[in-house]
Write a protein that binds this ligand. Structure first.
Ligand code: ZN
Ligand code: ZN
Ligand code: FE
Length: 747
């Protein structure tokens, strides 16, 4: 600073101007400051750049035209992983400064941001594959554009001292790169090389050979351990299922590159883009009939979950197996959360894996793979986790005070609201599992520390028994807001589409606590973020034995048969008649759930009477429906008070069944019936309210036939229809809606 005075003496004749530019968004930990530095040098500007609260602060001085060009380039060509939220610009008095500098971060920014982990970039991959490069074959190569972030962070602001890389002091060549503003690794906090960085416990070549011999390996990744085996080896895949205690849930498969993916699955352009995105989600794709993967990978499933390598170790492993597809499934026992600590992995996965491909870089936070698919030509996130969290989303309203939204119970995700930013956590699983519950509570603590966040408002589901609700009630010194489950779904879809006007909210899912104490799930709401009313809904039926009916869809079949005035004889032979009798006399909660209706139909068609994972019955019903192009639907009757009758639907289905029509046609017609019910009720509600915006949310909109069918049917009726893209339609997205509702209500 003291030099500035000296330069003033030799101020230039063509009076320079100076501007302060503030850039907000994901601009820390993505190589933004070196990018600004190079840009300033190119445009011959003086000044500085510095990390600040939620962004970077820049001051540039020079000719006006150069500053304009600089600002334009800043916006139009930022580094690949940066996301510019907002740019503001203000004039400043010129200081006569010469040269451009990167000024150290302020020690304690008030609202730090943390980047998601990012897949290995092209430049790093080239180095790993180049025998002449000092990082040739090095499994921990990364730079400012790629590598581990969220999963290695222990505190804020983001620098090496507060990551698990602190255990690896930089060697002189790495240090030189780290300090050189012209270098791609300038301030790359996780940078490393074979001389100074983490090491593998086993050579990738050895690991690859073992996999090709049919063995099962535990592989330490970014957010946890995977269990890997040869996806083409039926025996190995079966053995993995047996040891893991996972009977039917499909396994994800890793392929080396897009060409290898094309050999397994049919892909559209948006699907290829999604698969290759830096977040590297698992993408559900249409599997080719001749795909060279074992049947046991995803038995009977027309889709296959593929992902591309996202760490150097993955690239090296894929090379070692000659590009053969590998099963890469979460390293856990059955439904437990993915193992991420070395000692836990050794204990839990030691019984499953034959050997370990591990390393000595600690994973500080468990983070499951994200899952997505393309529906209607656009991405639909089903699980927003590794690679996505904790990047912020934008809220349609400002949170007046720091707000913590706790989400639901299944597919738990919580969110921090600060200003217009919503920071959604990674996926935390089913809170009824003790391990998941512990991870949930400790993750809230972690996020509060990382983001230096102390909530004044907590938002929770209306359900009194959700673990997340109990957490909210036990939290002291905060104001509490309860949000009805389906209102939160609707609000989440509105928030991600930036809608604040009143809408018709079609929210179909498995379970959500209603304002009348019954279980909702086939709901047509009318309202906005501030308030809603239940304008229409599916007819409710008993849910025989409560929760047990979720695991045993045949119970729902009995309930819907009774509603249609039919006897349960149909199920005889599969279900003991004594059970059928008992179930009809059970005292049971009532539900209008669309998910349970899918379950019942799945059972009636003989697809699934019992499930081994959530949603299985409905998912397999969709598989069957995909194989039919049958036209027509079952009768949709809506009563004057907005109740969609289910009896006629079941009767229509049974008539088809008795005629001996192919079951696939019945499955297709049932899907068409749901779509027709959506269309019919929305038309009625538009006539009543004048509203023409419809949002589609809830777990049932993960179903491709229902989502694309509803989009088409409603657009044909000239509705403005909105769907999810960025957050899951399932309960993984409701925390966003909870935040938006709280913010709109002035929370
Ligand atoms: Zn890189
Ligand atoms: Zn080094
Ligand atoms: Fe839900």
């Amino acid at each position: 600073m003291h030099e500035r005075e000296a330069h003033k003496v030799s101020a230039r004749v063509d009076a320079p101007s100076r501007r302060a530019i503030c850039v907000q968004g994901i601009v820390q930990g993505v190589g933004f400051r070196p990018f600004v530095y190079r840009l300033a040098i190119r445009h011959r500007l003086a000044g500085f750049v510095r990390n600040e609260t939620g962004g970077v602060a820049i001051e540039v001085e020079g000719e006006d035209r150069s500053i304009d060009e600089f600002a334009r380039d800043l916006e139009s060509a930022p580094p690949p992983n940066a996301r510019i939220g907002r740019i503001s610009c203000e004039p400043r008095p010129p200081s006569g400064e010469r040269g451009f500098t990167i000024v150290p971060s302020l020690a304690r920014p008030e609202a730090p941001s943390i980047c998601p982990d990012t897949a290995t970039c092209e430049e790093c991959l080239c180095e790993i594959l180049d025998p002449a490069d000092r990082r040739f074959g090095y499994a921990f190569t990364n730079c400012t554009n790629c590598g581990p972030r969220f999963t290695v962070v222990a505190g804020a602001p983001y620098d090496r001292e507060r990551t698990s890389m602190r255990a690896f002091p930089l060697c002189p060549p790495c240090r030189a790169e780290y300090e050189d503003p012209e270098d791609r690794r300038y301030h790359a906090e996780a940078t490393a090389c074979p001389d100074c960085g983490p090491r593998l416990g086993m050579a990738p070549a050895v690991a690859g050979r073992q996999i090709l011999e049919g063995r099962i390996l535990a592989v330490k990744g970014l957010g946890g351990f995977h269990l890997a085996c040869d996806a083409g080896n039926d025996e190995a895949v079966r053995e993995l299922r047996r040891r893991k205690g996972r009977d039917e849930k499909p396994f994800a498969v890793m392929v080396g590159d897009l060409a290898a993916a094309r050999a397994l699955c049919e892909m559209s352009d948006p699907e290829e883009q999604l698969l290759a995105a830096p977040q590297r989600p698992i993408v559900l794709l249409r599997r080719r009939a001749d795909a060279p993967v074992a049947e046991a990978v995803a038995s009977g499933n027309p889709l296959l979950g593929l992902m591309l390598p996202y760490t150097p170790l993955h690239h090296l492993l894929m090379a070692a197996v000659g590009g053969k597809p590998l099963v890469m499934t979460s390293g856990n026992v059955s439904d437990e959360p993915i193992a991420y600590r070395d000692e836990d992995a050794l204990r839990d996965l030691g019984k499953i894996a034959d050997s370990f491909l591990s390393h000595d870089r600690e994973i500080l936070t468990r983070c499951d793979d994200s899952v997505a698919r393309v529906v209607g030509g656009e991405p639909l996130v089903l699980r927003r986790s590794r690679g996505c969290a904790p990047a912020p989303l934008k809220l349609p309203f400002r949170c007046a005070s720091p707000t913590l939204a706790l989400g639901g119970a299944l597919k738990a995700v919580f969110a921090l609201g600060r200003g217009e930013e919503a920071i959604l956590s990674h996926h935390l699983g089913d809170l009824e599992h003790y391990e998941a519950w512990r991870a949930y509570v400790s993750s809230i603590e972690l996020y509060e520390k990382l983001f230096q966040f102390s909530p004044e408002v907590v938002v929770h589901d209306l359900h009194p028994d959700y673990p997340s609700t109990r957490y909210a009630l036990e939290r002291e010194g905060v104001r509490r807001i309860a949000v009805q489950h389906h209102h939160a779904h609707m609000a989440a879809c509105m928030a991600e589409n930036g809608i604040t006007e009143p809408v018709i909210g079609v929210t179909f899912d498995g379970t959500g606590y209603g304002t009348d104490g019954t279980i909702w799930g086939g709901e047509f709401l009318v309202g906005d973020h501030g308030s809603f009313r239940r304008a229409a809904h599916f007819e409710d039926v008993p849910m025989p034995g409560g929760e047990a009916a979720i695991r045993e869809p045949w119970r729902m079949a009995v309930a819907y048969l009774a509603r249609a005035g039919e006897s349960p004889d149909l199920l005889e032979g599969r279900i003991p008649s004594k059970s059928l009798e008992v179930v009809r006399r059970l005292k049971s909660p009532r539900t209008s759930s669309c998910g349970r209706l899918f379950d019942a139909v799945s059972s009636l068609l003989g697809i699934r009477d019992r499930v081994s994972y959530e949603g299985q019955a409905a998912i397999e019903l969709e598989w069957l429906a995909r194989t039919s192009a049958a036209r027509g639907a079952y009768p949709v009757e809506v009563s004057g008070d907005g109740v969609v009758r289910v009896g006629p639907v079941i009767s229509g289905l049974l008539a088809d069944l008795r005629r001996g029509a192919p079951r696939a046609d019945l499955a297709r017609r049932f899907h068409s019936t749901i779509v027709e019910a959506i269309r019919r009720v929305c038309v009625l509600l538009r006539a009543e309210t004048g509203l023409d915006r419809v949002v589609l949310s809830g777990g049932c909109f993960m179903n491709e036939i229902v989502l694309t069918g509803a989009l088409e049917a409603l657009r044909r009726e000239d509705f403005r229809v909105y769907r999810h893209r960025l957050v899951p339609p399932n309960d993984g997205g409701i925390c966003l809606g909870q935040l938006a509702v709280a913010a709109a209500q002035g929370g």
